[in-house]
Design a protein around this ligand. Structure first.
Ligand code: HEM
Length: 412
């Protein structure tokens, strides 16, 4: 089969107008060119839910070997050195993921709940005080931008005294200046420093294990096989890249969209004694409606047919999770934000991927969002987002806000 190229349809993942609202472009892609060759970046863009799902499941042809990012410097057969099993296929991916899963257990995640609650109360207190003092507070700067990395540090066993510095480095690793397409020098330098820090922590835990994830990763063993130090370090680094900014953006997008729907906000905030009933659907609908991880790259190992179009071997494919979640073939009124959406529909969101690379931290992300937003419901009777002053991140890997001014009204 020949390839399709839609007439005037331009897909530019670096375009600022696209970042402002990518959904009309996704809609056109789904309708006019569900497998679209974006010539400028030589990308094969896949936008329908069924095709995104199939590509993610067909991991023998659509490989993670070169990483999953659009950044040119991150697209490399060595990506696994810092991205661990996210950038590996087949048996190599299974081996490390299984060893890591022996340490990164659902129980270890659950046991983080009191610390997530403590951090939530601490940061929410400063957020609400800032809002009372200045009229509004930056939800990202005060809370959403801090808590996810602190939770990761807690899990790994980073001492509290080091956490601000580790968070500063982690923020630099993922920070992108407007208009810069690739990883900036400051990001490279911070990556090296953070890697060095984790290397020292791994060596320390080898000498004296503690009750933390790093020690558990070192101790993990399956049929006599263990993780090497470099593999433990790569996984610790992957947690920062995969689990930090994505969760920050989820917390920001949740407030942004609920505030834009006052009736639904009233409903959610009406139940301070039983916040969970509506907080969980609020989180899931945010994940569907405007997910923080919008697109994933794949290296195409051999010619493959997707929706009747041949995607050539050796090329780079891009699956649009954000578009799949708005596909009218799966979701009713997909453009509407609706916390009462049918559960069976919500079960089909692709925000955490699917198949071999399904997000290892999905439970943790959901736990953090639930604890934070439930506490917000307990403490706050109303909030207003100042969308005109919100600052969006211009990034191909995450969607959300760098800064989100919000006025909070505390309950009496
Ligand atoms: C809202 C927050 C999050 C979103 C939207 C998200 C999204 C994703 C997606 C889409 C993938 C699949 C990548 C692929 O198929 O190539 C993934 C993988 C992964 N995520 Fe998450 N993630 C989130 C939070 C987290 C957290 C909190 C952690 C851990 C601390 C985490 C750790 C991972 C890891 C380790 C992988 C790689 C799995 C593999 O390759 O087998 N994520 N995530």
């Amino acid at each position: 089969m020949t390839t399709t190229v839609a007439g005037d349809l331009v897909f530019d993942p670096y375009d600022y107008d696209f970042h402002e609202d990518p959904y009309p472009t996704y809609q056109r892609l789904r309708d006019e060119a569900p497998v679209h060759h974006a010539a400028a970046d030589d990308l094969w863009v896949i936008s329908r839910h069924a095709d995104v799902f199939d590509v993610l499941r067909d991991d023998g042809v659509f490989s993670n070997r070169m990483g999953v990012s659009l950044d040119a410097s991150a697209w490399s057969p060595d990506a696994h050195r810092v991205m661990s099993f996210l950038a590996l296929d087949g048996a190599e991916q299974s081996r490390i993921r299984k060893l890591v899963s022996a340490a990164f257990t659902p129980r270890r995640v659950r046991e983080l709940t009191p610390e997530v609650q403590r951090l939530t109360e601490q940061y929410l207190a400063t957020t609400l005080a800032a809002s009372a003092d200045h009229g509004d507070a930056d939800w990202i700067g005060e809370l959403a931008g801090k808590l996810p990395m602190d939770v990761i540090s807690e899990m790994m066993g980073v001492p509290r005294a080091d956490r601000d510095e580790v968070r500063r480095l982690a923020d630099l690793v993922v920070h992108r200046e407007d208009g810069v397409r690739d990883v900036p020098q400051a990001g490279m330098d911070a990556s090296i420093e953070l890697f060095g820090y984790y290397g020292e922590m791994v060596r320390e835990r080898r000498r004296g294990p503690r009750d933390d994830l790093t020690s558990a990763l070192i101790a993990a063993e399956l049929d006599g096989d263990r993780l090497r130090d470099s593999e433990v370090m790569a996984f610790l680094f992957l947690m920062v890249v995969a689990g930090n900014e994505t969760t920050t953006k989820l917390l920001g997008n949740a407030l942004f969209h609920l505030a834009a729907h006052p009736d639904q906000q009233t409903e959610v905030l009406a139940a301070p004694d039983d916040p969970s009933t509506l907080v969980v659907p609020w989180i899931e609908e945010t994940l569907r409606h405007d997910t923080s991880s919008q697109m994933l790259a794949r290296y195409v190992v051999a010619d493959a047919e997707v929706a009747g179009v041949t995607v050539p071997g050796g090329s780079k494919a891009l699956v649009l999770l954000g578009s799949a979640n708005r596909d009218e073939r799966v979701f009713t009124r997909p453009t509407a934000f609706d916390i009462h959406r049918d559960k069976a529909e919500l079960a089909q969101i692709l925000s955490f991927g699917t198949g071999r690379h399904f997000c290892l931290g999905a439970n943790l992300a959901r736990l953090e969002a639930r604890v934070v937003l439930e506490e917000l419901v307990r403490r706050v009777s109303h909030f207003e987002v100042h969308a005109d002053r919100a600052v969006r991140v211009h990034s191909t890997s995450v969607r959300g806000f760098a800064s989100l001014p919000v006025t909070f009204q505390e309950r009496a």
